[in-house]
Design a binder for this molecule. Structure first.
Ligand code: ADP
Ligand code: SR1
Ligand code: MG
Length: 427
């Protein structure tokens, strides 16, 4: 530990705690300003319930903010799994890029300190809660699909070659290539470990022992997942969030805010869309485990499926509308003087959106599988205390994911995906 502290001092890094953070704030003009220079009576509370970092809520009489600090390891595992703290730099870059493109749904960055791997951003005050927690509690969010489709359509379209010139695209791709360690973490925990015996894999044992083994023995699945992994590594399609699960979204009845893009890089759009849709499907299959005599959760399950349908359909609509509005722009992928007939334009868009749909289903399914037999599970299932009930819910989600992943190319609409979910849920 002494060696680590000395090394940390050399690069200007100091892990903060609730006490030392107050001193840091007092010495940092950009943060003092956010507090209206009223530095007495500050309340600091560490609230990090994510897997990787430390998050502090700072409130004072003149203002508030959130401080997020990355330490050089993965929080939920401990110092035995080192991880670059440069992830904070990429999170800040993505918050700024995505915030510029979609300010309504991304918290503002107030301050960044690279040596300290520390970001200060807008505090999303209560009643904002993490969407995953809202889904577990059975709360409906009437604007969720509108907001998430907006966020995904805008951030993905405006950072793709449908809008970028190749010059600006390659420059941005090169910058985010620096986030290689976080990409490698995803490559390992999403696309590799669930398909082999690996140190940190776990599942609801003994109930799912055979299911986990079946994943490791499924040749077709392995081939499909290797294809998705290759796409994840090779395809610099847009600046993706990189970890867009329902724990990365904070919501109220009328506000939706996307946080935590530390895995951001130029990757396949379907990885973000799939992460969000796949986590909604996990939420769906977990509902039976949260049902009780007062609430069978059937109406809520229907609401989740409606969100699934609306999110994809609205995304499709908005993304194509942005494409149409910008067809004559400087996007280098589909040049207006080559795609110079409306019917050709339409054909190109149809092909692009169909491929994107299939990618999204594939990535979404892969993200579902890793949450059941990989290292990092989700509270949707983990909060089901009865293990046999939890395993029952997880097995259905796993079966659904395997089917979606293997058969994704035959789906033409999200309603066909929903039919598969309903079929498995009726078993
Ligand atoms: P990690 O990178 O460790 O996953 P997150 O960015 O997901 O960390 O943040 C962990 C938790 O901190 C979130 O689940 C949320 O409760 C809280 N949090 C993070 N950012 C904010 C914010 N801007 N406003 C309010 N709470 C936040
Ligand atoms: C050790 S894996 C931790 C996981 O948590 C993050 O939110 C990412 O999803 C990552 O895969
Ligand atoms: Mg998180």
């Amino acid at each position: 530990m002494e060696v680590m502290a000395a090394a940390a001092a050399a690069d200007g890094f100091r892990p903060l705690d609730e006490e030392s953070l107050v001193e840091y704030i007092k010495a940092t003009p950009a943060l003092r300003v956010q507090l209206g220079e009223q530095l007495e009576g500050l309340a600091v509370k560490e609230v990090g319930d994510g897997n990787l970092n430390f998050v502090y809520i700072v409130t004072g009489p003149g203002g508030s903010f959130v401080i997020k600090q990355a330490l050089p390891y993965i929080r939920c595992i401990g110092t035995s799994w080192p991880m670059t703290k440069e992830r904070a730099y990429f999170e800040m870059l993505a918050l700024k890029d995505h915030g510029r493109l979609c300010p309504n749904h991304v918290p503002e960055v107030y301050h960044f300190d690279r040596p300290m791997s520390l970001i200060a951003m807008r505090y999303l005050k209560p009643p904002h809660i993490i969407l995953r927690k809202g889904l577990i509690a059975g709360i409906e969010y009437p604007l969720l699909a509108q907001h998430m489709s907006d966020y995904m359509a805008r951030t993905l379209f405006f950072t793709s070659l449908l809008y970028h010139s190749t010059l600006e695209h390659r420059k941005a791709v090169a910058e985010f290539c620096g986030n290689v360690e976080l990409c490698r973490l995803t490559e390992q925990v999403v696309f590799s470990d669930p398909y082999k015996v690996a140190q940190y894999n776990h599942w609801t044992s003994p109930y799912l022992d055979h299911d986990a083994e079946a994943v490791r023995d499924d040749d077709i699945l392995k081939i499909e997942v290797a294809g998705l992994k290759s796409m994840f590594c090779e395809r610099a399609q847009a600046l993706i969030h990189g970890d867009l699960h329902t724990g990365s979204v904070m919501v109220t009845n009328d506000s939706t805010q996307v946080i935590d893009p530390e895995f951001a890089f130029y990757g396949p759009m379907g990885f973000d869309i799939g992460a969000f849709l796949g986590n909604l499907i996990l939420a769906f299959f977990s509902q039976d485990g949260h049902a009780n005599k007062d609430n069978d959760r059937e109406a809520y399950k229907r609401w989740i499926l409606k969100m699934l349908e609306e999110t994809w359909n609205l995304f499709h609509q908005k993304f194509v509308a942005l494409w149409n509005e910008n067809f004559d722009g400087h996007g280098d992928a589909y040049l207006a003087d080559i795609f110079n007939k409306p019917e050709l334009q339409l054909l190109a868009q149809k092909k692009y959106m169909t491929d994107l749909f299939h990618d999204s289903i594939g990535f979404g399914a892969a993200k579902m599988i890793r949450r059941i037999v990989g290292v990092a599970h989700v509270e949707d299932f983990e909060s089901i205390a009865d293990e046999s009930q939890r395993a029952f819910c997880e097995r259905r989600a796993l079966d659904c994911a395997k089917k979606l992943l293997k058969e994704r190319r035959k789906f033409e609409s999200i309603s066909q995906v929903i039919s598969v979910i309903e079929e498995i849920s009726a078993r």
